[in-house]
Design a protein around this ligand. Structure first.
Ligand SMILES: [Fe+2]
Length: 272
Protein backbone atom coordinates (compact mmCIF):
# COMPACT_ATOMS: atom_id res chain seq x y z
CA UNK A 1 0.00 0.00 0.00
CA UNK A 2 2.79 2.34 1.04
CA UNK A 3 4.72 1.76 -2.18
CA UNK A 4 1.56 2.48 -4.22
CA UNK A 5 1.16 5.73 -2.35
CA UNK A 6 4.78 6.64 -2.94
CA UNK A 7 4.44 5.85 -6.63
CA UNK A 8 1.31 7.98 -6.79
CA UNK A 9 3.10 10.89 -5.13
CA UNK A 10 5.99 10.50 -7.52
CA UNK A 11 3.69 10.56 -10.55
CA UNK A 12 1.82 13.60 -9.21
CA UNK A 13 5.09 15.37 -8.54
CA UNK A 14 6.38 14.87 -12.04
CA UNK A 15 3.34 16.40 -13.74
CA UNK A 16 4.17 19.74 -15.31
CA UNK A 17 1.40 22.31 -15.42
CA UNK A 18 1.27 24.95 -18.16
CA UNK A 19 -1.48 27.57 -18.20
CA UNK A 20 -2.54 29.18 -21.48
CA UNK A 21 -3.79 32.77 -21.50
CA UNK A 22 -4.86 34.43 -24.70
CA UNK A 23 -6.43 37.38 -26.47
CA UNK A 24 -6.07 39.88 -23.64
CA UNK A 25 -6.72 42.90 -25.93
CA UNK A 26 -5.08 45.31 -23.51
CA UNK A 27 -5.02 49.05 -24.16
CA UNK A 28 -2.33 51.63 -23.47
CA UNK A 29 -3.61 52.25 -19.95
CA UNK A 30 -5.52 50.44 -17.23
CA UNK A 31 -8.83 52.18 -18.02
CA UNK A 32 -9.10 50.89 -21.58
CA UNK A 33 -12.50 49.37 -22.36
CA UNK A 34 -13.48 47.11 -25.25
CA UNK A 35 -17.06 45.95 -25.86
CA UNK A 36 -17.90 47.31 -22.40
CA UNK A 37 -15.19 45.23 -20.68
CA UNK A 38 -12.14 46.62 -18.89
CA UNK A 39 -9.65 44.24 -20.48
CA UNK A 40 -6.82 45.01 -18.06
CA UNK A 41 -9.09 44.25 -15.12
CA UNK A 42 -10.19 40.86 -16.51
CA UNK A 43 -6.58 40.03 -17.43
CA UNK A 44 -5.35 40.89 -13.91
CA UNK A 45 -8.14 38.81 -12.39
CA UNK A 46 -7.06 35.86 -14.56
CA UNK A 47 -3.51 36.20 -13.22
CA UNK A 48 -4.77 36.45 -9.63
CA UNK A 49 -6.84 33.28 -9.97
CA UNK A 50 -3.87 31.39 -11.43
CA UNK A 51 -1.60 32.65 -8.64
CA UNK A 52 -4.17 31.49 -6.07
CA UNK A 53 -4.70 28.05 -7.60
CA UNK A 54 -3.39 24.97 -5.83
CA UNK A 55 -1.15 23.83 -8.67
CA UNK A 56 1.60 26.30 -9.43
CA UNK A 57 2.21 26.47 -13.18
CA UNK A 58 5.72 25.97 -14.53
CA UNK A 59 4.86 28.22 -17.46
CA UNK A 60 2.20 30.68 -18.58
CA UNK A 61 1.85 30.53 -22.38
CA UNK A 62 0.37 33.80 -23.65
CA UNK A 63 -0.84 33.10 -27.17
CA UNK A 64 -1.22 36.50 -28.75
CA UNK A 65 -3.49 39.48 -29.23
CA UNK A 66 -1.99 40.77 -26.02
CA UNK A 67 -2.71 44.28 -27.32
CA UNK A 68 -5.90 45.50 -28.88
CA UNK A 69 -3.71 47.71 -31.06
CA UNK A 70 0.09 47.32 -30.96
CA UNK A 71 1.46 50.11 -28.75
CA UNK A 72 4.63 50.45 -26.70
CA UNK A 73 2.73 51.44 -23.53
CA UNK A 74 0.44 48.42 -23.87
CA UNK A 75 3.39 46.02 -23.94
CA UNK A 76 4.92 47.78 -20.95
CA UNK A 77 1.61 47.44 -19.10
CA UNK A 78 1.51 43.73 -19.95
CA UNK A 79 5.13 43.25 -18.90
CA UNK A 80 4.69 44.98 -15.55
CA UNK A 81 1.54 42.94 -14.78
CA UNK A 82 3.39 39.71 -15.58
CA UNK A 83 6.40 40.83 -13.56
CA UNK A 84 4.32 41.62 -10.49
CA UNK A 85 2.58 38.23 -10.75
CA UNK A 86 6.02 36.53 -10.67
CA UNK A 87 4.61 33.78 -12.89
CA UNK A 88 7.11 32.38 -15.43
CA UNK A 89 5.84 33.10 -18.93
CA UNK A 90 6.48 33.14 -22.64
CA UNK A 91 4.49 34.93 -25.33
CA UNK A 92 3.85 34.98 -29.04
CA UNK A 93 2.15 37.63 -31.21
CA UNK A 94 -1.38 37.67 -32.64
CA UNK A 95 -2.86 39.61 -35.54
CA UNK A 96 -3.70 42.59 -33.29
CA UNK A 97 -0.11 42.79 -32.05
CA UNK A 98 2.85 44.59 -33.54
CA UNK A 99 5.53 41.90 -33.28
CA UNK A 100 8.47 44.26 -33.99
CA UNK A 101 7.26 46.76 -31.41
CA UNK A 102 6.59 43.96 -28.96
CA UNK A 103 10.11 42.61 -29.30
CA UNK A 104 11.45 46.13 -28.72
CA UNK A 105 9.23 47.08 -25.77
CA UNK A 106 8.23 43.93 -23.87
CA UNK A 107 10.42 43.24 -20.82
CA UNK A 108 10.80 39.62 -21.79
CA UNK A 109 12.15 38.68 -25.23
CA UNK A 110 10.23 36.43 -27.60
CA UNK A 111 11.10 32.83 -26.75
CA UNK A 112 11.03 30.18 -29.46
CA UNK A 113 10.89 27.25 -27.05
CA UNK A 114 10.82 26.41 -23.36
CA UNK A 115 12.22 23.15 -21.96
CA UNK A 116 9.99 21.59 -19.31
CA UNK A 117 11.70 18.40 -18.16
CA UNK A 118 10.79 15.69 -20.67
CA UNK A 119 8.66 18.19 -22.59
CA UNK A 120 9.39 21.11 -24.86
CA UNK A 121 6.87 23.88 -25.56
CA UNK A 122 7.44 25.50 -28.97
CA UNK A 123 6.08 28.97 -29.79
CA UNK A 124 5.19 29.64 -33.43
CA UNK A 125 4.35 32.91 -35.15
CA UNK A 126 1.25 32.80 -37.36
CA UNK A 127 0.52 36.55 -37.38
CA UNK A 128 1.08 38.26 -40.72
CA UNK A 129 1.69 42.04 -40.46
CA UNK A 130 -1.43 43.96 -41.54
CA UNK A 131 -3.56 40.83 -41.98
CA UNK A 132 -6.19 39.13 -39.83
CA UNK A 133 -5.63 35.61 -41.14
CA UNK A 134 -2.80 33.34 -40.04
CA UNK A 135 0.10 31.84 -41.94
CA UNK A 136 3.26 29.98 -40.87
CA UNK A 137 6.14 31.35 -42.91
CA UNK A 138 8.75 29.13 -44.55
CA UNK A 139 11.31 30.39 -42.03
CA UNK A 140 9.04 29.36 -39.15
CA UNK A 141 8.47 25.94 -40.71
CA UNK A 142 12.19 25.38 -41.17
CA UNK A 143 12.94 26.38 -37.57
CA UNK A 144 10.14 24.13 -36.36
CA UNK A 145 11.47 21.20 -38.38
CA UNK A 146 14.96 21.75 -36.95
CA UNK A 147 13.65 21.96 -33.38
CA UNK A 148 11.53 18.83 -33.77
CA UNK A 149 14.61 16.96 -34.98
CA UNK A 150 16.77 18.41 -32.18
CA UNK A 151 14.20 17.40 -29.56
CA UNK A 152 13.23 14.11 -31.16
CA UNK A 153 13.51 12.37 -27.77
CA UNK A 154 11.16 14.78 -25.96
CA UNK A 155 7.42 15.24 -25.97
CA UNK A 156 6.36 18.41 -27.77
CA UNK A 157 3.47 20.85 -27.38
CA UNK A 158 2.95 23.61 -29.93
CA UNK A 159 1.54 27.06 -29.20
CA UNK A 160 0.38 29.39 -31.96
CA UNK A 161 -2.12 32.25 -32.28
CA UNK A 162 -4.34 31.13 -35.19
CA UNK A 163 -5.97 27.70 -35.22
CA UNK A 164 -4.99 25.34 -38.04
CA UNK A 165 -8.37 23.55 -38.06
CA UNK A 166 -11.96 24.82 -38.38
CA UNK A 167 -13.95 25.35 -35.19
CA UNK A 168 -17.40 25.59 -36.81
CA UNK A 169 -17.54 29.42 -36.89
CA UNK A 170 -17.58 30.44 -40.56
CA UNK A 171 -16.13 33.96 -40.09
CA UNK A 172 -13.30 32.71 -37.85
CA UNK A 173 -12.63 29.61 -39.94
CA UNK A 174 -11.75 31.91 -42.86
CA UNK A 175 -8.94 33.36 -40.72
CA UNK A 176 -7.28 30.10 -39.75
CA UNK A 177 -3.74 29.23 -40.84
CA UNK A 178 -3.83 29.39 -44.64
CA UNK A 179 -1.03 26.89 -45.19
CA UNK A 180 -2.28 24.48 -42.56
CA UNK A 181 -1.87 21.54 -44.93
CA UNK A 182 1.87 22.20 -45.35
CA UNK A 183 2.17 22.85 -41.61
CA UNK A 184 0.22 19.67 -40.81
CA UNK A 185 2.38 17.55 -43.11
CA UNK A 186 5.49 18.74 -41.30
CA UNK A 187 4.01 18.08 -37.86
CA UNK A 188 2.78 14.62 -38.92
CA UNK A 189 6.35 13.62 -39.85
CA UNK A 190 7.39 14.03 -36.21
CA UNK A 191 5.68 11.49 -34.00
CA UNK A 192 6.62 13.22 -30.74
CA UNK A 193 4.26 16.22 -31.18
CA UNK A 194 1.44 15.58 -28.68
CA UNK A 195 -0.93 18.56 -29.09
CA UNK A 196 -1.36 22.09 -30.39
CA UNK A 197 -2.91 24.99 -28.48
CA UNK A 198 -4.17 28.11 -30.25
CA UNK A 199 -5.84 31.40 -29.39
CA UNK A 200 -7.61 33.94 -31.64
CA UNK A 201 -11.12 32.47 -31.56
CA UNK A 202 -12.13 33.60 -28.02
CA UNK A 203 -13.80 30.29 -27.27
CA UNK A 204 -13.12 26.81 -26.04
CA UNK A 205 -12.83 24.17 -28.74
CA UNK A 206 -11.10 20.86 -29.33
CA UNK A 207 -10.76 18.61 -32.34
CA UNK A 208 -8.36 16.24 -34.06
CA UNK A 209 -6.36 17.75 -36.93
CA UNK A 210 -4.03 15.52 -38.98
CA UNK A 211 -4.21 13.02 -36.11
CA UNK A 212 -3.14 15.66 -33.58
CA UNK A 213 -5.36 16.94 -30.75
CA UNK A 214 -5.84 20.70 -31.21
CA UNK A 215 -7.38 23.04 -28.65
CA UNK A 216 -8.44 26.66 -28.42
CA UNK A 217 -8.99 28.77 -25.34
CA UNK A 218 -11.40 31.46 -24.13
CA UNK A 219 -10.12 35.03 -24.12
CA UNK A 220 -9.14 36.75 -20.88
CA UNK A 221 -11.78 39.40 -21.77
CA UNK A 222 -14.90 38.86 -23.96
CA UNK A 223 -15.93 35.71 -25.84
CA UNK A 224 -17.23 34.99 -29.33
CA UNK A 225 -20.39 32.94 -29.78
CA UNK A 226 -19.71 29.34 -30.77
CA UNK A 227 -21.25 27.99 -33.98
CA UNK A 228 -21.86 31.48 -35.40
CA UNK A 229 -21.41 32.26 -39.13
CA UNK A 230 -20.75 35.96 -38.44
CA UNK A 231 -19.22 38.11 -35.69
CA UNK A 232 -21.22 37.62 -32.50
CA UNK A 233 -20.36 37.97 -28.83
CA UNK A 234 -21.20 35.45 -26.13
CA UNK A 235 -21.83 36.41 -22.52
CA UNK A 236 -19.60 33.62 -21.17
CA UNK A 237 -17.01 34.98 -18.72
CA UNK A 238 -13.23 35.18 -19.28
CA UNK A 239 -11.25 31.97 -18.96
CA UNK A 240 -7.94 30.21 -19.33
CA UNK A 241 -6.74 26.70 -20.13
CA UNK A 242 -4.70 24.49 -17.82
CA UNK A 243 -2.53 21.84 -19.45
CA UNK A 244 -0.97 19.01 -17.44
CA UNK A 245 1.98 17.30 -19.12
CA UNK A 246 2.76 13.78 -17.91
CA UNK A 247 6.17 12.10 -18.19
CA UNK A 248 4.72 9.31 -20.37
CA UNK A 249 3.58 11.80 -23.06
CA UNK A 250 -0.04 12.07 -21.92
CA UNK A 251 -1.79 15.42 -21.69
CA UNK A 252 -4.77 16.40 -19.59
CA UNK A 253 -6.33 19.78 -20.23
CA UNK A 254 -9.39 21.80 -19.34
CA UNK A 255 -10.77 25.32 -19.16
CA UNK A 256 -11.41 27.39 -16.05
CA UNK A 257 -13.78 30.37 -16.13
CA UNK A 258 -13.51 33.42 -13.92
CA UNK A 259 -16.32 34.50 -11.67
CA UNK A 260 -16.72 37.74 -13.64
CA UNK A 261 -19.68 40.08 -14.07
CA UNK A 262 -20.37 40.26 -17.83
CA UNK A 263 -23.46 42.44 -17.27
CA UNK A 264 -21.76 45.53 -18.67
CA UNK A 265 -20.63 43.86 -21.88
CA UNK A 266 -21.81 45.78 -24.95
CA UNK A 267 -23.50 43.13 -27.10
CA UNK A 268 -24.20 45.69 -29.84
CA UNK A 269 -20.46 45.83 -30.52
CA UNK A 270 -19.98 44.94 -34.19
CA UNK A 271 -16.26 44.29 -34.27
CA UNK A 272 -13.11 44.38 -32.20
FE1 LIG B 1 -6.46 37.21 -33.13
Amino acid sequence: MESTLQQHKQVKHSVTRVVQLSDCHLGADQDFMLAGINTFHSFKQSLSEIEGSQKTPSLIAVTGDIASVGNQRTYQLFSSAMLSSQLPYAWLPGNHDDFSLMKASALQPFTRFVELGGWVAIFLVSAVPGEVYGEISDTELTELDDLLKQYGDRNIVLFVHHPPAPINCKWLDQQRITNSEQFGDLVARHKNVRALFSGHVHQENESIWQGLPVYSVPSTCFQFASGSDTFELSDLPPGYRWIDLYPDGRIETGVERLNYDMGKMDRSCLGY
